[in-house]
Design a protein around this ligand. Structure first.
Ligand code: AMP
Length: 487
């Protein structure tokens, strides 16, 4: 029923450019690389495929990049001893399908005429292929298939003289999402794209300045949160202090709404708001928008827990753990093939049959992507003897792919792009199915959605992409469907 789209504009060399990532950087602390390892550990949920750290000891750069988790790769004395220095950046990465090559693992590093240049990037550039083609024609030889490497070549070929101007010059040519950390001998630069699509926060630990994708990475090392790096801001930290630049003019920001729905850890503060509180608000809104008579509210663990709590508290229906999750398997979403994904769901969740038997259950999850999780879990509740199974989803239907750094399948594989809510309810075999409205989601954030110029990037739910999708348009030969708000 769900068709596969053979065309994938982000497929170079069988390796997708789309990534989910986390970044961490520190300037001004002994054993900086060890802090990076700890910070990346707290960001592991943002990417479990590979991790890397680069340090700078005042003269030399040292890097270690590896497939797999932070633990196991960076809790080893022999590795950490090889990365001395008071400055460091690190990266966790995850890309879904195709070849997973060590050459794509970040930080990427280049020896430039001005010295070493290490970069860690969270986000995705929507014109990387076009830039890469132009650079290729001018003689650039790429070492990876990562969009981030485009930035390195743009910096290397810039006609400006100092590192900061060269970086600014490069960034003015890219489109899309980037929360970027760059380490050179001149200092550590943190930069967020003008729309601020992906998060980036700034903290302090003694004399050291820290940047991270989420505040949980500050918590883990006992650093205090100073502020967010502002959309369009470039912050340079060096031994002479901290300087802020705004090279891109003033553009209304559009931070990613999905960070609040799913991606960020609930104990993070994103855009000044507790992710946990926002998720509970979403659950409460959902209970008002789509009430249901039931005995228990059951979260899909762990992603549905805060929204289910909010649903339960607002509706008065008791919150119960009707599904128990094993913590020894990865996220279902990241299993490479469909068969393994199905198996993954079974491995990961089990029904608490004693609780569920004979009861009317409201299952709460954060999102439906392909529908795999919902199909399995509704059936699991029925097999465990549930009398009714109602599904409530703490985000609007995911109808469009993300081109800004959250991995989503191509549109043809998104259940909500293929069928109506009623069709989806049938497909997952639920007694009822409801999604929070886009307006309700904004209300949960304390905002009202401005249809002309939404305050967030909500393209995965609305198709209103905040940038041109240059690579998609050029590959397809016409305007992408997605540029038209289709719902
Ligand atoms: P699916 O089974 O394909 O419908 O995926 C839905 C499940 O995947 C939900 O339980 C979400 O918590 C989770 N999920 C949603 N988006 C993502 C993502 N970008 N990366 C990893 N997991 C996700």
């Amino acid at each position: 029923m769900l068709t596969t789209n053979p065309f994938d504009p982000y497929d170079f060399d069988g390796d997708k450019l789309r990534e989910e990532c986390g970044v961490f950087g520190i300037w001004g602390a002994d054993n900086a690389a060890s802090f990076s390892a700890l910070g990346l550990h707290a960001l592991q949920h943002r990417g479990q495929e590979a991790a890397g750290i680069t340090s700078f000891d005042g003269r030399h750069f040292h890097s270690h990049r590896a497939m797999g988790h932070v633990a196991g790769n960076f809790d080893r004395d022999d590795v950490m001893r090889r990365m001395p220095g008071r400055a460091s950046i690190g990266h966790v990465r995850y890309s879904t399908t195709g070849e997973t090559a060590l050459r794509n693992v970040q930080p990427l590093f280049a020896e430039m005429a001005e010295g070493g240049f290490a970069v860690a990037h969270n986000g995705n550039l929507s014109n990387a292929m076009k830039l890469r083609r132009t650079l290729n024609r001018r003689g650039s030889i790429f070492q990876s298939t990562s969009d981030t490497e485009v930035i390195i070549h743009l910096v290397a070929t810039s006609s400006f003289t100092n590192n900061l101007e060269r970086l600014t010059d490069a960034l003015k040519q890219v489109e899309g999402a980037y929360s970027l950390l760059v380490l050179t001998q001149d200092g550590l630069v943190a930069c967020r794209d003008p729309l601020g699509i992906r998060p980036l926060v700034m903290g302090k630990l003694g004399e050291a300045t820290i940047f991270a994708s989420e505040t949980v990475a500050l918590d883990v090392i006992g650093a205090s949160y100073l502020r967010d790096v502002e959309p369009g801001e470039l912050v340079l930290v060096s031994d002479s202090g901290i300087r802020s630049f705004r090279p891109f003019g003033n553009i209304a920001p559009r931070p990613c709404i999905f960070e609040h729905v799913y991606f960020s850890r609930p104990d993070s503060i994103a855009e000044g708001q507790s992710v946990y509180e926002v998720r509970k608000n979403i659950g409460a809104e959902l209970s008002h928008e789509a009430p249901v008579n039931a005995d228990y509210v059951v979260p899909v663990p762990d992603s549905g827990v805060p929204a289910a709590l909010g649903f339960s508290q607002a509706s008065g229906i008791p919150f119960e753990l009707g599904i128990i999750r094993s913590h020894y398997v990865g996220r279902t979403f990241i299993q490479p093939s469909q068969e393994v994904r199905h198996l993954g769901v079974k491995l990961k969740h089990n029904a608490n049959s004693a609780l569920v038997r004979g009861k009317r259950i409201v299952l709460v999850d954060d999102s439906i992507v392909r529908g795999t999780t919902s199909v399995k879990l509704v059936q699991m509740m029925r097999d465990a003897g549930a009398r009714e199974v109602h599904m409530r989803i703490a985000s609007p239907p995911t109808t469009h792919s993300c081109f800004y750094g959250v991995d989503t399948p191509e549109r043809a594989k998104l259940l909500a792009a293929q069928m109506s809510v009623a069709g989806m309810a049938d497909y997952i075999n639920a007694d009822s199915l409801a999604f929070i409205s886009i307006e309700g989601l904004y209300r949960a954030l304390g905002q009202e959605r401005n249809n002309g110029q939404p305050q967030r990037c909500d393209a995965c739910f609305t198709g209103q992409y905040p940038t041109t999708l240059t690579d998609l348009v050029e590959k397809d030969g016409g305007p992408p469907l997605a540029l038209v708000a289709s719902r």
